[in-house]
Design a protein around this ligand. Sequence first.
Ligand SMILES: Cc1ncc(COP(=O)(O)O)c(C=O)c1O
Length: 433
Amino acid sequence: MTEHVEKKSEIRELAVKHLSPVMTRITDLVVTKAQGAKFWTEDGVEYIDFVSGVAVNAVGHAHPAVVKAIHEQSSNMIHLGLNYGYYESAVRLAQKLAAITPGNLDTVFFSNSGAEAIDGAIKLARAVTKRPNIIAFEGSFHGRTLGATSLTASSSKYRKYYEPLVGGVYHVPYPYQRQLPCQSEEDTTEYCLNRLTKLFELIVDPTQVAAIIIEPVMGEGGYVPAPAAFLQQLRKIADDNGILLIFDEVQTGFGRTGTMFASEHAGVVPDVLVLAKALASGLPLGAIVANRDLHDKWQTGTHGSTFGGNPVACAAALASIQVIEQEGLVERSERVGNQIVERLKLELGDLPSVAEIRGVGMMIGIEFQDEQVKPGTAIVSRIREEALKQQLLVTSCGVYGQTIRLMLPLNIDDNVLDQGLTILKQSIFNAIK
Ligand SMILES: Cc1ncc(COP(=O)(O)O)c(C=O)c1O
């Protein structure tokens, strides 16, 4: 591997001067090109990208089919405003989402981001049920708008300074066995369902709850899948009490977990499915997908967006979904994801610092612990630094930043994958020695 060359560029200086430091900066690389599972800095140094723009580039950076669709659409029409006329890319995308999402979810509202779509979903739930309260889960991340921040509970720093947030949000434990006093999946499911029942009995009557919102696989909070039985029980509780079940599949959508949507693993159809990230391969686009009847009850004019459903973003999304289908990437995610987990378990599974290796499709987490069996936050940050030195970009998740998460493009080339995993292993060994 060529050594990482440090060059203090004008762009970096300008960035430091003019970009708000509020956003956590993981690297200060100046990147000039990104293609497939790689990117290059201004110095011409090549990096392997195991982050994919935070699970956005499911079909890799700048897939030719997506680039072509963007070119074609942008030379025809860049923006109109979906309330000023219909255009094909948005309508065809809505039709496509209706076809590929589970169950009877057939109608779409487009927004510009995940958080914005989450906000819209809460508004929809309140408007339709005429109830005020929302139940979310500890450890969850739903985004950074004030509405989404109110649901987010993966770190108090995301909420610090912003209170009072949106009212009527109650958090209960997510079925994350390692962080609960539970010994098995069944135990964890039961524990969390009991806590929900207790919430209903002691604090908020279920008739006052508009929605339960959950990530079927917790993303930012640690790459933790919810047991199928837990999601199935949530479905039942929602049905029994006239509560809407919202699945936040912003990070899990579009093949990431080895099915087109993570909800399919449990065979549960939510009332509302929230999508973004990989939807448009990097162009800003979010979607709230629900059944027509529900959307019909959301009074016209009470929600909207200037840019939501932008023609170019929708064209990129259509092309991106087509690539996922044509290249068989959902099936590949499951197959290659299993192979990666197997390899990681073989190579790293016996290390005392490795607390758990878990994965659903190509949504894979390696959780670390220190010598006191406490979250391995410091180990993970050393791994990231070591990897970056060897030109591999990886990032972390988990409430304590104790988990390395792998968000590879679903179509990553076998050789690049092998190279990246070799560097990762080396970085882990360097970090723990
Ligand atoms: C599960 C989940 N929901 C919502 C969001 C917010 O999406 P965005 O950053 O596009 O607002 C994220 C972003 O990481 C996410 O992982």
